[in-house]
Design a protein around this ligand. Structure first.
Ligand SMILES: Cc1cc2nc3c(=O)[nH]c(=O)nc-3n(C[C@H](O)[C@H](O)[C@H](O)COP(=O)(O)OP(=O)(O)OC[C@H]3O[C@@H](n4cnc5c(N)ncnc54)[C@H](O)[C@@H]3O)c2cc1C
Length: 301
């Protein structure tokens, strides 16, 4: 009997699954299994799980929609906590909307549009959750979540804190949640009253631009690399002659060189090898280091 067997006896309502393949929970569709996997049904269950992992000394990985995660082929030696449907409430507050961490950004943006609130149009096509989006400070087309966040509710080593947006250290794909290992529970978005037709039109425009430019019919994690100061990652990769370059099933997209796609049957090792090839080639050709935007987690087999 291991620690989690005892935990399940103490907390029979909380379901902890074992050996759960993570490829089906990530948009890259690669990755080994998590030793333990749980989707808590409430903040109380989340707290109980976090206390358990602390007592057991087991590593924990928070996951939203898995749209910015590359899990290595050996999987994750610890507990993966996925915040999903049970944490997906979106509701109005005096100056906009508030949402729990598991709410999808697309649902949040739609809710804003339905209420004629402007500020989140850019978020419609980002396939992540509010938790992952705040953690990453997700953004597109000149907007980013940090710009319209009034406050974020986080769990800091067992204590719930309400952190004003101005104290979240939001930067390009960066937030204080990364610095402090905070778990994002939800956020309040400050939005302005707008014209529904204009909001809908902006969303349609962004969606059309994504469809035209991005390989949306292949599994990917969006832009694989961060935008280096003064450059575009995709342009540097294309200039280095790497469009269409393939390692195993991982490929530099023909449509958008900033996207590494799963062209079929890729492993995490294929993506890691392709990432290294792209980094080395671009460094040699342009002298620029491409830092991954995708969060690489887990163990090699
Ligand atoms: C087709 C496509 C297009 C994309 N376009 C964009 C884009 O335009 N702009 C952009 O910024 N991104 C884009 N992305 C990347 C991705 O959607 C975003 O980074 C998104 O915010 C990740 O959210 P997630 O819920 O999927 O997070 P996950 O991938 O599950 O996790 C990402 C990171 O956040 C952490 N995390 C997740 N939830 C929490 C939580 N509740 N508390 C603390 N940490 C947490 C995880 O541990 C991990 O480190 C795109 C991805 C795809 C596949």
């Amino acid at each position: 009997m291991d620690y989690f067997d005892e935990f399940v006896l103490r907390e029979p309502s909380i379901r902890i699954q074992r050996h759960i393949p993570l490829d089906k929970y990530t948009t890259l569709r690669v990755g080994g299994s998590a030793d333990y996997f749980a989707e808590p049904a409430s903040e109380k269950e989340l707290s109980a799980l976090l206390t358990a992992v602390k007592e057991a000394g087991v590593p924990v990985l928070l996951m939203g929609n898995g749209s910015n995660l590359l899990v290595r082929d050996g999987g994750f030696r610890g507990l993966v906590i996925r915040l999903g449907k049970a944490f997906s409430r979106i509701e109005p507050w005096a100056h906009g909307l508030k949402a729990q961490a598991g709410a999808l950004l697309s649902a949040l943006a739609s809710e804003a549009a339905n209420a004629s609130l402007t500020g989140l149009e850019f978020a419609q096509g980002i396939p992540g959750t509010v938790g992952g989006g705040v953690y990453m400070n997700a953004g597109a087309y000149g907007g980013e979540l940090g710009k319209c966040i009034e406050s974020v509710t986080v769990l800091d080593r067992g204590t719930v804190l309400d952190v004003p947006g101005g104290d979240m250290h939001f930067g390009y794909r960066h937030s204080r949640a990364m610095e402090e290992n905070w778990i994002v529970l939800g956020a309040r978005f400050r939005l302005e009253k707008g014209e529904k037709e204009q909001i809908d039109a902006a969303m349609r425009d962004f969606a059309a631009r994504r469809k035209e430019k991005q390989p949306l019919n292949y599994p990917s994690a969006g832009s694989f690399f961060k935008r280096p100061e003064g450059h575009f990652a995709g342009a540097l990769i294309e200039k280095a002659g790497l469009k269409g370059k393939q390692v195993g099933g991982a490929q530099v997209s023909e449509k958008h060189a900033g996207f590494l796609i799963n062209a079929g049957g890729a492993s995490a090792a294929d993506f890691l090898a392709l990432m290294k090839l792209v980094q080395d080639t671009v460094q040699k050709e342009s002298g620029v280091f491409l830092e991954p935007e995708v969060r690489i987690v887990g163990n090699d087999p």
